[in-house]
Design a binder for this molecule. Structure first.
Ligand code: SAM
Length: 440
């Protein structure tokens, strides 16, 4: 990223309205008394420079730039900055507006090493998200995957291009008829109607979004350890496991290697399901595709051992299938959730409505924690939000930090691991792995 000029002169453009300039300057000076007079109508705390996108929160944060920790004034200045920020937030300032450098105020605080202000922004974000949740919706974070974007992106792809997208592992194009034969209700889920490509360890949808990539294998492996214990732990092999979202089948292969007592998978995408069928029928052509291990023979192997249904791919959306698993009295020692094309409200719905009934009292619930992971402040906000919602659902969570080797090809959009992917969904050097258990 090019060096950012944090001077106020660079941030207030020539054409910035005088009233906005006054608010930006007062925020920059941390002049709360002036702001009390200036913020005299709704909306003023969230004003912005029309060219640079500078908001009062950016200005109040940015003016801390260049101070060092030994500076006598650093401590009182941070207090003044935080008082200003609180005043702006109460006045309706928006915590996640992005400026022309693609930075939220929290991003500016992080870059300038202003940890107190950064923390204030994370708290503000978590409060805002909790409030939106109570009001029955979610504020889509700028960094977040948005379903409308998804629909727009998919419909931008013309019909011919769509038909070129194919399951390369199978070597031929899945016809509409083949897909129709895989009966899954894809209603209200545009992703489930999208064609997929599998190549070079990446599962990609028709719009170019990465559905699953093999760099996540280490995270999957650690998630399995967190849920089932170390490989050689006593009883590790006897557990009943439910995994939601097959993707590349990475985590399911790791689970299967532990020889669990029960292994259920829920998968909704017709092409992923077809891949499992085709790969298991013709493992030689499937190469190293994990899907080859989860077809009819795998399902039948449970029957042979006298437990019909011990191994099963449940075909459809978890939203439709989990009520049936509940009704059938299924209970699991470990449940993992990693879907795609769904927003946070669906994850919350899953752990609130289904974990209490499907997870054994001493069981462990894990999920792929990629919420907001293309922007540190959003990742930290979602960590707080999900922690509070897990707690409302009666679950404790412990976070385990996992290093992500960004330098091994994950640090550049459009190149390395991200080649052929529309936009990186991961930019952080640490993954926060959730281990959830029932409280008490
Ligand atoms: C990120 S991938 C899972 C990757 C997997 N953890 C692995 O190790 O390869 C997400 C999967 O969830 C599936 N999926 C998306 N929405 C779903 C839903 N509502 N119900 C069931 N599966 C869904 C997708 O088709 C995709 O195969």
């Amino acid at each position: 990223m090019a060096d950012i000029d944090d001077s106020l002169d660079a941030r207030i453009s020539f054409g910035c309205p005088v009233g906005v300039q006054a608010i930006l300057r007062a925020s920059w000076r941390h002049d709360v008394d002036a702001l009390k007079l200036l913020l005299d109508a709704p909306g003023k705390a969230s004003c912005r420079d029309p060219e640079t996108g500078e908001t009062p929160l950016h200005a109040a944060t940015r003016s801390m730039g260049g101070r060092n920790e030994d500076d006598d004034k650093a401590f009182p200045t941070e207090i003044a900055a935080i008082k200003t920020i609180e005043k702006l937030l109460i006045g309706g300032a928006i915590w996640n507006d992005v400026d022309d450098n693609n930075e939220t105020p929290g991003c500016v605080a992080w870059r300038l090493n202003q940890t107190g202000i950064y923390e204030e922004m994370v708290r503000a974000g978590a409060r805002a998200e909790m409030l939106f949740a109570i009001l029955g919706g979610y504020e889509e974070l700028e960094s977040d995957f948005e379903e409308e974007d998804y629909v727009a992106e998919v419909s931008d792809v013309d019909a011919d291009t769509k038909m070129e997208v194919k399951l390369e592992a199978e070597g031929d194009d899945a016809s509409a008829q083949d897909l129709a034969a895989v009966s899954v209700d894809t209603k209200e889920a545009p992703y489930l109607e999208s064609r997929l490509t599998l190549a070079n360890g990446k599962l990609i949808d028709a719009a170019g979004n990465g559905v699953m990539m093999d760099w996540e294998a280490d995270i999957m492996s650690r998630s399995v350890d967190a849920m089932l214990g170390p490989v050689d732990a006593p009883l590790a092999n006897k557990k009943r496991v439910l995994n939601i979202g097959f993707g590349l089948g990475i985590i399911d292969s790791m689970i299967a290697a532990r020889k669990p007592a029960r292994h259920h998978i829920i998968e909704a995408h017709p092409e992923v399901l077809m891949r499992i069928d085709a790969a298991s029928e013709n493992p030689e052509a499937a190469g190293d595709d994990h899907a080859a291990n989860f077809g009819a023979a795998w399902e039948a192997s449970g029957e042979k051992e006298g437990d019909e249904g011990a191994n099963k791919v449940h075909r459809g959306r978890w939203q439709d299938l989990c009520p049936k698993l509940l009704a059938d009295g299924e209970l699991y020692d470990a449940i993992y959730f990693d879907t795609f094309g769904e927003d946070y409200s669906e994850l919350r719905r899953f752990f609130t409505d289904f974990i209490p009934g499907l997870l054994d009292d001493n069981g462990v619930f894990g999920f792929f924690n990629g919420l907001g992971a293309d922007r540190r402040v959003c990742y930290d906000v979602y960590t707080r939000v999900v922690e509070m919602h897990l707690s409302e659902a009666g679950l404790d969570v412990v976070w385990q930090d996992v290093e992500v080797p960004l330098k091994d090809g994950l640090d550049t959009a459009g190149a390395g691991a991200w080649e052929g992917i529309l936009r990186p969904y991961w930019t952080l050097d640490k993954y926060r792995l959730p281990i959830c258990t029932f409280m008490g």
